[in-house]
Unconditional design. Structure first.
Length: 86
């Protein structure tokens, strides 16, 4: 394995590790907890989750893996602030 392959593997392993950690966290949260604001007048957990999914999805074509899977998430969770779509 050359240096470039090692670097790519390291980045992808870290990316997958972050996804696994988020899955573990989400398994502990209820729907009601996700609907709460993180702090007063701030984003709700559900918005942050949607934002993470949308941004992760937008990385796929950037990294030349595949096309965006969920294009409908971008206007709601990337282009607009929370509470615009309640």
């Amino acid at each position: 394995m050359n240096d470039q392959q090692f670097f790519v593997k390291m980045v992808l392993d870290n990316w997958q590790g972050q996804i696994n950690a988020m899955d573990k966290l989400l398994a502990t949260l209820s729907d009601e907890q996700l609907m709460n604001e993180i702090s007063p007048a701030r984003n709700r957990g559900i918005y942050l989750l949607g934002h993470l999914v949308a941004v992760n999805d937008l990385m796929l074509p950037l990294l030349r893996f595949e096309e965006v899977i969920f294009p409908d998430l971008q206007p709601v969770f990337v282009d607009a602030p929370d509470h615009d779509f309640s």
